[in-house]
Design a protein around this ligand. Structure first.
Ligand code: SAM
Length: 427
């Protein structure tokens, strides 16, 4: 979501005549897009901001914009006091405050400022910043902003506001524009992406939206994330199973494999319901890959409850586990009402136990690809090897001197490990 937001800011700035620079000392404007979903992310953002202070002292004209979840949707008053050298604070997904600031600074009369703002914000279909045009193969489109589910541990609804689906026409034109700029794969984003359109009765379902997006010529692949188990409909599974451009890849967080912990998290389903859903997805979409998110060390999580999560993962053998140690986020229900009583050491122990299990599971799943021929969409060259992904979102590396950028080519898999595979082009 933040990558998509950053692209949107970069694009808005390009409309104002700015160009991207990777060199801080050369930049006139620095946008620090922040994440607070875990403590470590927040610390990283603060660390980065602190390193910008000497540069600002050297060049008072430098504009520093702090954006994203650290700022939140309610404005930035306490941050103003803590970081007086930050010129502009922007909520997530909104380039507006920075664009306004730059326009007001750069243009003298209101008329000129208004025109420029219209150009910057209303020509919203250009979403890739210049340096990425023709280079980037995979792009993201947020289709729902915010979230209204209120999991007890989660800060997102407080920072990104209530759920709001974007009109299908807007998404279509953004996708068409991205494809025209060289994008081959689009991932639709939402905190609960399978709720797309539920807040607006006239909007299509996610399945219908995927059907429409599939018709875009030149677009090779579509994905969507993240889904919530309670909103995964048969219609959506059928769309994934039958639309050739929609990849067999489902991201469906479980968070825990214990019913008491799930209830304390306010997730709204049981372990058995999650298990049945995984069986259903696998039955409907042959060869599907399923990824999950897991939090270990949630308040009150006992050894036995953690073991239930471990056992469920050992049983279901999912393709990917995005693993996190619980961190209390200020203002959330769990932070206010549940003591963070699992020690750091214990959280790490649980984290490493699942990490080890998952390495084995992934090694085992990848080994099934050995000797198979799989269509790979190539993205870029890393350390002399071309890097691409399978339809199931697994990384594959291939040695080749040819330019494979943005192409889908069959690859014969010759080696597999837990994190990636090697292969040879099938001529
Ligand atoms: N909205 C989706 C959902 O909750 O199913 C996923 C997106 S969420 C921003 C990314 C992941 O961060 C969550 O799935 C969860 O595993 C993790 N996460 C969120 N809040 C957390 C917290 N307080 N401590 C640790 N991990 C957290």
């Amino acid at each position: 979501m933040n990558e998509a937001d950053s692209d949107r800011v970069a694009s808005a700035l390009e409309h104002l005549g700015y160009t991207y620079s990777p060199v801080i000392e050369e930049a006139d404007v620095i946008v620090l897009n922040t994440c607070v979903v875990r403590q470590s992310a927040e610390e990283k953002a603060i660390g980065r901001l602190t390193t910008l202070l000497p540069e600002k002292r050297k060049r008072p004209d430098l504009i520093i914009n702090m954006m994203g979840c650290m700022v939140g949707i309610k404005g930035a008053n306490p941050l103003h006091k803590r970081y007086p050298y930050v010129d502009v604070f922007s909520p997530p997904s909104d380039p507006g405050p920075l664009v306004d600031f730059l326009i007001q600074r750069d243009f003298q009369n209101e008329e000129a400022a208004w025109t420029a703002r219209r150009f910057a914000l209303m020509d919203g279909d250009l979403v890739l910043p210049g340096p990425q045009v023709g280079k980037q193969v995979a792009g993201f489109i947020p289709i729902i902003y915010g979230c209204s589910h209120a999991c007890t541990y989660c800060i997102i609804p407080y920072r990104r506001g209530i759920e709001k689906s974007r009109p299908a026409e807007e998404i279509m034109s953004e996708a068409e524009s991205m494809v025209a700029q060289g994008i081959k794969e689009i991932t639709l984003l939402g905190q609960i992406v399978d709720r797309y359109g539920k807040d607006e009765p006239t909007f299509p379902t996610l399945a219908k939206l995927l059907e429409r997006l599939s018709q875009i010529e030149g677009l090779e692949r579509l994905r969507f994330l993240t889904s919530h188990p309670n909103w995964m409909t048969d219609e959506l599974l059928d769309a994934v199973a039958t639309l050739p451009k929609v990849m067999p890849h489902i991201e469906i967080p479980n968070q825990a494999g214990d019913d008491t912990v799930l209830a304390n998290m306010h997730r709204g389903y049981t372990t058995e319901q999650y298990r049945q859903l995984v069986h259903k997805i696998r039955a409907r979409i042959p060869g599907v890959s399923i990824a999950t998110d897991i939090i270990v060390g949630f308040p009150g999580e006992t050894d036995a409850q953690f073991q239930n999560t471990y056992d469920l993962l050992a049983e279901l053998r999912l393709d990917m586990v995005h693993l996190a140690r619980y961190s209390p986020r200020l203002g959330t229900v769990s932070q206010r009402t549940m003591p963070d009583d699992v020690s750091d050491d214990e959280k790490w122990r649980r984290f490493r136990a699942i990490e080890k299990l998952q390495m084995e599971v992934m090694g085992e799943i990848h080994a099934r690809y050995l000797g198979q021929t799989v269509p790979i969409l190539f993205e870029d060259k890393a350390k002399k090897r071309w890097r691409g992904r399978t339809p199931t979102n697994k990384l594959v590396f291939v040695d080749s001197d040819a330019d494979l950028h943005g192409q889908v080519i069959p690859v014969h898999v010759t080696w597999t490990g837990p994190w990636s595979m090697l292969g040879e082009l099938v001529k």
